[in-house]
Write a protein of this length. Structure first.
Length: 498
C-alpha cells in the first residue's frame, strides 16, 4: 500500500513539475499556450451551449477557476495512474504521461491563430515530467533505508521546482499583462458634461458610471492577450472597394467621438450583473467603413476578428443605421484596460456584446452570414440580438434584512432603443405598480438610475421592478433564458423587514 502511494505520488509530482515548467515557457512565449490553460480553452470551445450557460449561471465569474481546477484535478488523477504504471514498468508510466501531454500539444496547434511555437510548452512539460518521474522511480527502488533518503531528496527538490516554476510563470504572465496606458487625443466631438447621478443620494445604488476596474468582463479567454500597441493594426477587408490597414497612430489621427454607452452581455440573467456603463472614446465605425468603401449589395455582416482569431459577427445594417457605433480606444478618460480590449474594440449601442463588442479587434471583414459563421453563430446563438428592455433592483439586496420604517428601493434600468427609459415602476407584495423617480439621463444608449421611497412594515415582502421605454413599451413579464437572444422577465426579490 505504501509503495503504491509512493508511486502514485511520484506520478502526481512529475506531472506538477512538468506542468509548471511548461507554464514558465508559455509565459515567456504565449501565455495562452500553457498546457493546462490550452486544455481549458479547448474545453470552453467544445462545451455545448446549454452546459456552458449552466456553468456561467452556477459559478458566475468563477466559472473559469472551476474549469482550470477541474482540468488540473483530471490531469493529476491520470498522473497518479501513470505513477502506478511506472511501478510495473517505467515505460508504461512514461507513455501515459506522454499521452497526457499530447492533448495540450494538439490543442495548442489547433487553436485559431496558433503559431508552431505554441507546442513548445507542452514539449517542455513532457520532457520535464518524464525526467522527474524517472528520477523519482529510480530513487524509490530499491525501497530500503538508503533509498528512502534518496526519494525524499528527489521529492523535495521536485516540489520546490514545481512551486518555483509555477510562481515564476504566474509572475511573468502578470508582468507581461501589466496595466498599459497610451496617450489619447481629445475628442473632436466630445460627449459634454456628465450629469451627477443618484450615487450619493441612494446608498447601495449602482454608480451612474461604472469605474474601469469594476466593469464586468466576459470573454472566452483564460489569459489576457499581450498586444504591442506599436505593432498592432486594424484591417478592413472582404467585400470592400479597397482593403485598408491602419496602425494605432492612423486610427488616433482620425476624428474621435466620445459617447456614453451601456454595454450588456446576452448571458445576463434578469437581475444579473453583466451590464456596465462607460464613456467611450473612438472612431465612428462608418468613418472607417467609408475609408474602405463597402459593397452593400453583397455584405450583410461585419465579421470582426481579434488578435488570436476569435470572431464576432455584427449585422451591417444595424451597425450603420446612424447609432453611435465605434471602434473604441478609450474608456472613462483613459485607454482601454487590457481586460476590455486594449488597444481597440468595437462598441455598438443597443446590441449585446457577443454580436458587437469585439475586444482586441484586429480585422473587420465585410461578408455575409451565408458565407461565414462567427464563434457564437456557429454555436446557434442569434445573429441579430438587440439588448432587451430591462431593469434591476440594487437596494435592498435580495434576501437581505432591513430596518422597518422609511427606506428606499433603488436600481437601474436600460432601454437602448426607442428613446431610452421613460418610466420605471415598482411593485410591493403584488400591489399596484408605483412610479419610481428617475435619475438624470445621459442619452438613450445609457442606463438610468431610479428610486422609490418606501415605508417598510415588519415582515417579509416581495419587490418587483419593470421599465417602460420611450415608445411606451412595458418590460415583458414573460421569462426567456439568455440563449439564444437574451433573457427577459421581471426581477422579483424577497426582503425581510424587522
Ligand atoms: N475578442 C473577444 N471579444 C469579445 C468577447 C470575447 O470572448 N472575445 N466577448 C464578448 C462578449 S460576450 C461581451 S458581453 C463583451 C464584454 O465586454 P467587456 O468584457 O469589456 O465587458 O465583449 C465581447 N467581446
Ligand atoms: Mo456577452
Amino acid at each position: 500500500m505504501r509503495t503504491r502511494l509512493l508511486y502514485a505520488g511520484s506520478g502526481v509530482l512529475a506531472a506538477l513539475v512538468g506542468v509548471a515548467a511548461g507554464h514558465v515557457v508559455a509565459a515567456a512565449l504565449e501565455p495562452a499556450s500553457s498546457p493546462v490553460l490550452v486544455v481549458g480553452s479547448t474545453v470552453i470551445d467544445l462545451t455545448p451551449t446549454p452546459l456552458k450557460e449552466w456553468a456561467i449561471q452556477r459559478f458566475g465569474t468563477h466559472d473559469k477557476t472551476v474549469l482550470v481546477g477541474s482540468v488540473m484535478v483530471g490531469v493529476l488523477l491520470l498522473a497518479a495512474v501513470a505513477g502506478l504504471l511506472a511501478r510495473r514498468r517505467f515505460r508504461y508510466g512514461a507513455a501515459l504521461l506522454l499521452v497526457l501531454v499530447a492533448i495540450p500539444a494538439v490543442a495548442a496547434l489547433r487553436r485559431p491563430g496558433a503559431a508552431p511555437s505554441d507546442v513548445l510548452p507542452s514539449l517542455v512539460a513532457a520532457v520535464t515530467g518524464v525526467a522527474a518521474l524517472a528520477w523519482l522511480v529510480r530513487t524509490s527502488t530499491p525501497p530500503e533505508a538508503g533509498g528512502r533518503r534518496g526519494v525524499l531528496l528527489a521529492g523535495g527538490v521536485l516540489v520546490g521546482a514545481a512551486v518555483g516554476l509555477g510562481a515564476a510563470g504566474q509572475w511573468l504572465t502578470s508582468y507581461r499583462t501589466r496595466p498599459v496606458s497610451i496617450d489619447l487625443p481629445a475628442a473632436a466631438d466630445p460627449a459634454g458634461p456628465f450629469p451627477a447621478g443618484l450615487d450619493q443620494r441612494v446608498p447601495g445604488i449602482t454608480p451612474f458610471r461604472t469605474p474601469r476596474s469594476d466593469f464586468y468582463r466576459v470573454d472566452t479567454r483564460l489569459t489576457l492577450p499581450i498586444v504591442d500597441p506599436d505593432g498592432w493594426t486594424l484591417t478592413i477587408d472582404g467585400d470592400v472597394d479597397d482593403e485598408v490597414t491602419l496602425t494605432l497612430d492612423d486610427l488616433l489621427a482620425m476624428p474621435l467621438v466620445e459617447r456614453d454607452i451601456t454595454l450588456t452581455c446576452v448571458s445576463n440573467e434578469v437581475g444579473g450583473t453583466y451590464v456596465g456603463a462607460a464613456r467611450w472614446l473612438g472612431v465612428p465605425l462608418t468613418d472607417l467603413l467609408d475609408k474602405a468603401g463597402i459593397d452593400r449589395t453583397k455584405a450583410d455582416q461585419i465579421l470582426s476578428t481579434d488578435v488570436d482569431g476569435m470572431t464576432i459577427s455584427t449585422p451591417l445594417d444595424v451597425a450603420t443605421d446612424g447609432r453611435d457605433a465605434m471602434i473604441a480606444v478609450g474608456m472613462n478618460g483613459a485607454s482601454l484596460p487590457r481586460e476590455h480590449g486594449f488597444p481597440a474594440r468595437m462598441v455598438v449601442p443597443g446590441l449585446y456584446g457577443f454580436v458587437s463588442a469585439c475586444k482586441w479587434i484586429t480585422r473587420m471583414t465585410l461578408t455575409t452570414y451565408a458565407e461565414q459563421d462567427a464563434y457564437w453563430t456557429h454555436r446557434k446563438w442569434a445573429t441579430d440580438a438587440p439588448i432587451k428592455l430591462s431593469s434591476r433592483i440594487d437596494t435592498p439586496r435580495p434576501l437581505s434584512t432591513v430596518d422597518a420604517g422609511r427606506t428606499v428601493i433603488g436600481g437601474i434600468a436600460w432601454a437602448q432603443h426607442s428613446g431610452g427609459v421613460q418610466k420605471v415602476d415598482v411593485r410591493v407584495d403584488g400591489g399596484a405598480w408605483l412610479p419610481a423617480r428617475l435619475g438624470p439621463s445621459a442619452g438613450s444608449g445609457y442606463w438610468r438610475q431610479w428610486y422609490l421611497p418606501w415605508t417598510a412594515e415588519p415582515g417579509q415582502h416581495i419587490l418587483a421592478v419593470r421599465a417602460t421605454d420611450g415608445d411606451g413599451e412595458v418590460q415583458t413579464m414573460a421569462r426567456a433564458t439568455p440563449f439564444p437572444a437574451g433573457s427577459s422577465g421581471v426581477q422579483q426579490i424577497v426582503v425581510n423587514v424587522r
